[in-house]
Design a protein around this ligand. Structure first.
Ligand code: GDP
Length: 363
């Protein structure tokens, strides 16, 4: 599955948000380093289109698609040099596909800040510096190793060294690896290097209970910083999300309405994570189950079929496809067929977000 890592300094609200996200109930305490083991949680991706499909098809089951969140603890100033939990966080963070960076924007004298005061820009820089140093370290070691091996004249290794050197230049300037000047081919090589700062980042401003709209100047500054990096920022209040997460159905809707929110911050965060990972959703809509499936944008029909079962991919013949809007407008598959809105697509078809798919395959 696709993984989104949650990072941030201690006491910024990572565990609070992670627990609310997964309702995992792991401990959240008011001191640094409380989450020692990385917590992995699988969350449902909210999608109102599923309800619309279910209303038409009347299935026995409705299954949303999921996304994994990993709460990564131990990132403090000096972590790349062994402070705090030291390098432990590195192994976990290298395995994620995208990063949600939680930044403390709430003031609360009862919650200790590791640096004594709340300052989102400084905090972001501390984390960025640690991640940068960690990558620099692994890039340098890699260059040394590759240079030794490259004496044999391997073309791919030469290309890799060239990429590593460009990445080192960026890191030396304090830029993340994703900002290195690389062409498309080099970018493919970069993806193989498992560098932390090559991953896309989403900023999450954790604001105080009294500032749900993020009016605090901290948030404005953070927004500027995110915009300068071309990154997205969402504003949520961890404490309130924790309360929302405990409510269900109508109570939840009512509470959100009282707060003047259209949807929970967590739902926004999950969808932002999904977008950040370049993921889209297609549906299968049968009477047994209506279900959402996750693929990377640009996936062709056989690859999409393979998410359901590898046999679907191996024996792929064709797909019957109805766009979500057509499916709803025609009140289901039969109606869409009659209106000529069902398409037959072959193995080169690039699946679109919202497609309702039915696969034909050989067994
Ligand atoms: P972590 O170390 O980043 O995982 O931080 P925690 O989630 O454990 O939170 C540290 C402390 O900050 C806990 O006492 C939380 O209750 C508190 N906290 C988290 N989010 C908020 C918030 O939005 N407002 C306030 N006032 N406190 C919060």
């Amino acid at each position: 599955g696709f993984k989104c890592g949650i990072v941030g300094l201690p006491n910024v609200g990572k565990s609070t948000i992670f627990n609310a996200l997964t309702s995992a109930g792991a401990e959240s305490a008011n001191y640094p380093f409380c989450t020692i083991e990385p917590n992995v949680g699988i969350v449902s991706v909210p999608d109102p289109r599923l309800d619309a499909l279910a209303e038409i098809v009347n299935p026995q089951k409705v299954l949303p698609t999921t996304l994994e969140f990993v709460d990564i603890a131990g990132l403090v100033k000096g972590a790349s040099k062994g402070e705090g939990l030291g390098n432990q966080f590195l192994g976990h963070i290298r395995k994620v596909d995208a990063i949600a960076h939680i930044v403390r924007c709430f003031e609360d004298d009862n919650v200790v800040h590791v640096d004594g005061s709340v300052d989102p820009i400084r905090d972001v820089e501390v984390i960025q510096t640690e991640l940068n140093l960690a990558d620099l370290d692994s890039v340098e070691r890699r260059i040394q190793r590759s240079e030794k091996q490259a004496r044999s004249g391997d073309k791919k290794l030469q290309a890799e060294i060239a990429v590593l050197q460009k990445v080192r230049t960026a890191l030396d300037l304090g830029l993340p690896a994703r900002k290195a000047e690389l062409d498309d081919e080099e970018r493919l090589l970069l993806n193989e290097l498992q560098l932390i700062t090559a991953r896309p980042v989403l900023y999450v401003a954790n604001v105080g209970e009294g500032d749900l709209e993020g009016r605090h100047p901290f948030v404005a500054r953070l927004k500027e910083q995110a915009a300068a990096e071309g990154a997205e920022l969402i504003v949520i209040c961890g404490r309130i999300e924790a309360e929302v997460a405990e409510l269900g159905g109508e109570d939840k809707a009512e509470f959100l309405q009282e707060l003047g929110l259209a949807e929970s911050g967590l739902d926004r965060m999950i969808r932002a994570g999904y977008d950040l990972l370049g993921l889209i959703t297609y549906f299968t809509a049968g009477v047994k189950e209506v279900r959402a499936w996750t693929i990377s944008r640009g996936t062709r029909a056989p690859g999409a079929a393979g998410v359901i079962h590898t046999d679907f991919e191996k024996g792929f013949i064709r797909a019957e496809v109805i766009a979500f809007a057509d499916f709803v407008r025609s009140r289901g598959e039969q109606g869409a067929r009659e209106k000529g809105l069902m398409r037959l697509e072959g193995k080169d078809y690039v699946v679109q977000d919202g497609d309702v798919m039915h696969f034909r395959f050989n067994v």
